[in-house]
Write a protein that binds this ligand. Structure first.
Ligand code: PEP
Ligand code: MG
Length: 552
């Protein structure tokens, strides 16, 4: 038995035999063309056009976020700059195969050098390149194998075209040895609720036929598990099925203490799924996700439409919309135009919006207009607040636009440490544990080499959460958590014990968290929280909370 580690997406668990995805086509050789430039150019054009059409077709078949991703890929395939690059190589004597291989590799290197969100699009380019080369060679497009039985798919990284159309009856889980938590594979796996562990470098050694348990909640893949592990996994799989089938009651601890269960959304179109899964509202709407590919600031009317669609899905329910959080992992060209050595410590979040206040004012205008036309209970909040002054700036501005409820995200340790003073000027606080962990532990959340520090179970992070929870209770102001920590069922109980009153997460996590809360009273939650706070490190906190849950 061997255990491999990667980054788990969601909370799922699955077991089954491994099937490896075929390795990519080898690089073509670079001998000059025997056909001549005109013929090679025509071959390249035809191959690119037919791959773009196939990506479009797959997108239409898949729908949802996958459709957008695949349509974007089709556009990249037909990008005029790439066409020029291909033509230049062919004019210099290359075959179409070599020109495609070389031009896409150049584009990939440019994206990788940019890093972050764009860097993680590199796998998309490899996929298009491989598809076009396969077409030129008359070979089948690389893709997901079909062994005729359910299996655990192990791949270098999956292309959006493959992830989008995974047959969930057959693919029990997905393991990649490249790709990070913000790769398209991860985004689509999260949306489709596929059990996935990404970036598990040692998974390269898993051979087809090996039995594997894939546990996304711990980010582990266990190869050749013993009978005990197999039985435990089977029990957890059965438990999750029953949680999925359980009634969609509002979130509450076993003694009835309400802990609202809210959804994190990035697109209005995802609202229906959140409602179906029993979300009691929205705890974080990431407005920057609407505009990640826009080069110019969106207009008021574009924004109003998007917000109206979102708010209409939640009549009478709370919907917390965050104003644009641009910078670092989510750059928006129209807000972040200066090069910064350390963008996570730079002009991001509210700081970037203040530097372009007209954009913030337009966003608040659009929100106020959408609010007036719909029945939801709109709350607005500002990201990356570090000071009391930023708090009063934002809440006063929101007030100018008639927005009734204005709060702040607590993502910077300074804001957590002064939570009582910050909350004195805000209607609520929502703790963003992803950034709060990044800044508390001084560990870039996008950097695989420091991923082990990026663990919200760390008692230093929990102590900051406790500060905010206590301040909220003293001042009678709601405190929620909307970082990934809220989606970890055991940590969710600990957060409730630290005084958090609502938890917001990817809708696919709601069932597991609902079930964990219902199994603990407020006293239990406080006991678990105390045990976790007393530990020395993240692993110790997790172990202490687990032990406190099951006293012998
Ligand atoms: C967070 O930082 O925890 C958060 C919810 O915001 P984002 O992940 O969008 O930065
Ligand atoms: Mg954040």
């Amino acid at each position: 038995m061997r255990t491999l580690r990667g980054v788990g997406i969601g909370q799922g668990i699955a077991q089954g035999p491994v099937v490896r995805m075929a390795e990519p086509l080898p690089a073509p050789d670079s001998t000059p063309s025997a056909l001549g430039a005109d013929a090679e150019r025509a071959r390249a054009r035809e191959a690119v056009a037919s791959v773009a059409a196939e990506l479009q077709r797959r997108g239409e078949q898949a729908g949802g976020a996958a459709q957008e991703v695949l349509e974007a890929q089709a556009m990249i395939a037909e990008d005029p700059t790439l066409e020029e690059e291909l033509d230049a190589r062919i004019a210099a004597g290359s075959t179409a195969e070599w020109a495609v291989h070389d031009a896409f590799a150049g584009f990939r290197a440019t994206l990788e050098a940019v890093g972050g969100y764009l860097g993680e699009r590199a796998a998309d380019l490899d996929d298009i390149s491989q598809r076009v080369q396969a077409h030129l060679l008359g070979r089948p497009a690389p893709g997901v194998p079909d062994p005729g039985h359910p299996f655990v798919l192990v791949a270098r990284d999956l292309a959006p075209a493959d992830t989008a159309l995974l047959d969930l009856e057959k693919v029990l889980a997905l393991v990649t040895f490249e790709g990070g938590p913000t790769s398209h594979t991860a985004i689509l796996a999260r949306e489709k609720g596929i059990v996935a562990v990404v970036g598990a470098a040692d998974a390269q050694s898993l051979a087809t036929g090996t039995l594997a348990i894939v546990d996304a909640s711990s980010g582990t893949v266990t190869a050749d598990p013993g009978q005990d592990e197999q039985d435990r996994a089977a029990q957890r799989i059965a438990d999750r099925r029953s949680a999925d089938a359980a009634p969609l009651t509002p979130g509450a601890l076993a003694d009835g203490t309400p802990i609202a269960l809210l959804a994190n959304l990035g697109r209005p179109a995802d609202a229906a799924d959140a409602v179906d899964r029993g979300a009691e509202g929205v705890g974080l709407f990431r407005t920057e996700f609407l505009f990640l590919s826009a080069s110019q600031a969106p207009t008021v009317s574009q924004q109003r439409e998007a917000y109206r669609e979102l708010l209409s899905a939640f009549p009478g329910k709370k919907v917390v919309v965050r104003v644009l959080d641009a910078g670092a992992d989510k750059p928006l060209p129209f807000l972040n135009d200066a090069h910064e050595e350390n963008p996570a410590l730079g002009l991001r979040g509210l700081r970037a919006l203040r530097a372009s206040e007209d954009i913030l004012r337009e966003q608040l205008t659009a929100l106020a207009e959408a609010d007036a036309e719909t029945e939801a209970d709109l709350w607005v909040m500002a990201p990356m607040i570090a000071t009391v002054e930023e708090t009063t700036y934002f809440t006063a501005l929101a007030g100018e636009y008639g927005l009734r409820t204005a709060g702040v995200m607590v993502e910077v340790p300074a804001a957590a440490l002064l939570a009582d003073r910050i909350l004195a000027h805000a209607d609520f606080a929502s703790i963003g544990t992803n950034d709060l962990t990044q800044y508390t532990m001084a560990a870039d959340r996008l950097l695989g080499s420091v991923a082990s520090f990026q663990d919200p179970w760390h008692p230093a992070v929990l102590r900051l959460v406790a500060e905010v929870g206590a301040a909220g209770r003293r001042l009678g102001k709601p405190v929620g958590v909307c970082g990934e920590a809220a989606a970890d069922p055991l940590l969710a109980v600990v957060l409730a014990g630290l005084g958090v009153g609502s938890l917001s997460m990817a809708p696919s996590a709601l069932a597991d968290v609902r079930r964990a809360l219902a199994a603990h009273t407020l006293d239990d939650a406080r006991r678990l929280a105390e045990a976790a706070l007393a530990a020395d490190d993240a692993a110790g906190a997790r172990a202490a909370a687990t032990a406190a849950r099951n006293p012998s």
